[in-house]
Ligand binder design. Structure first.
Ligand code: NAI
Length: 344
């Protein structure tokens, strides 16, 4: 029975992982700590580690884990920008959960957008205080507005369908356009120039880091609403702040933040927040921040646990892991998995 060191455990993680673990003969050791250079040794004696988006799986951590006998890193997330997949190659196998509920994330993006443009966050606080004034709550119709979607994978496409349901005009940018999707693809400059709402649904890579920078903000329509439910590093926060201060950006809805690792998922109320940028952004009346919550639905948690446990069981039975990934992913011309069905 493989034993798995489960890092960054939260109360909502445990029930589904315990259920599927019991059914599949996979046992978990749950740790509250995040995985990093200081905590990697906790995995000694375990066969695998299970990690989330703010665990650090860099070269040094990979070496420690491999020396401790760990054979597999199982990400319970889709994104894997926190793993040095190049260094992991040949040392430790990596699996992830490519899709667990694109609806969870896309619906959260729309929830943020509606909250922002209809000022629901302000109305909620007012009426709880028996303040029934409407002053300052004027919103705008989404119907007829143009939304620019950056990244048209699983989540981006669900979000596009939702926007179309609202009667919005959709344009999109993706270096790998989906054939026969009926999506109106444009270049980034056109997307910035035409969009009333911009929503980010691409992974964080060397190419996409700071796709929203000062030059991009400069090209945007005045009053644009920016949604980021993907990864914080897609946005240059200085440029975002300047865009908000200059009134170019009308509103920002952020489920992710570049420096979220030490803050998000934790109760910091009653503490002084050391991150000046995050404090400043949260203090803005037209910025809504949720703490990497978009994935958090019952359906998604269940799918994440089932897929992760299934990958772990398959791996230790010597089978083929459909969701194994390595630095070659996306480069099908030399993808070994296509030939031998294991990345190495
Ligand atoms: P996916 O792999 O299905 O789609 C990603 C799309 O982005 C692909 O079509 C790809 O061609 C495109 N892309 C790659 N590089 C790009 C670039 N430089 N510019 C524009 N497009 C680019 O991924 P999926 O499932 O749709 O997830 C998207 C992202 O959402 C993930 O990478 C992850 O960062 C984020 N995510 C956030 C969650 C949350 O709770 N906030 C939960 C799950 C995912």
């Amino acid at each position: 029975m493989p034993t798995v060191a489960f890092y960054d455990t939260k109360p909502y993680d445990k029930p589904s992982f315990e259920k599927y673990g019991e059914e599949s003969g996979v046992s978990f050791r749950f740790f509250d700590a995040k995985l990093n250079g200081d905590t990697a040794e906790l995995a000694r004696g375990c066969d695998a580690v299970c990690v989330f988006v703010n665990d650090t799986v860099d070269a040094a951590v990979i070496d420690t884990l491999a020396a401790a006998g760990v054979k597999l890193v199982a990400l319970r997330s889709a994104g894997y920008n926190n793993v040095d997949v190049r260094h992991a190659y040949g040392r430790i196998h990596v699996v992830h959960v490519p899709a667990y509920s694109p609806y969870a994330v896309a619906e959260h993006a729309m929830a943020l957008l509606l909250t922002s443009v209809r000022r629901i966050h302000k109305a909620y606080i007012r009426t709880r205080d028996f303040n029934f004034s409407l002053n300052g709550l004027t919103g705008f119709d989404l119907h007829g507005k143009c939304v620019g979607v950056i990244g048209t994978g699983k989540i981006g496409r669900v979000f596009i369908d939702i926007c179309r349901g609202f009667g919005m005009r959709v344009i999109a940018y993706d270096p790998y356009p989906a054939p026969d999707s009926g999506i109106d693809y444009v270049d980034l400059d056109t997307l910035f120039a035409q969009s009333d709402v911009i929503s980010l649904h691409c992974p964080l890579t060397e190419q996409s880091r700071h796709v929203i920078d000062a030059a991009a903000v400069e090209k945007m329509k005045k009053g644009v609403v920016l949604l980021n439910t993907s990864r914080g590093g897609l946005i240059d926060d200085e440029a975002l702040l300047e865009g908000i201060k200059s009134r170019k950006i009308g509103a920002a809805c952020l489920d992710v933040y570049d420096e979220e690792a030490d803050v998000f998922f934790e109760d910091r109320s009653g503490h002084i927040l050391d991150d000046d940028m995050l404090s400043r952004l949260i203090s803005m009346p037209n910025v809504i921040v949720t703490s990497h919550q978009a994935f958090l639905t019952e359906e998604a948690l269940d799918n994440i646990a089932q897929t992760t446990v299934d990958s772990i069981r398959t791996f230790f039975e010597g089978g083929v892991c459909e969701h194994e990934l390595c630095y070659r992913c996306g480069r099908m011309e030399d993808c070994k998995k296509e030939r031998t069905r294991r990345c190495f």
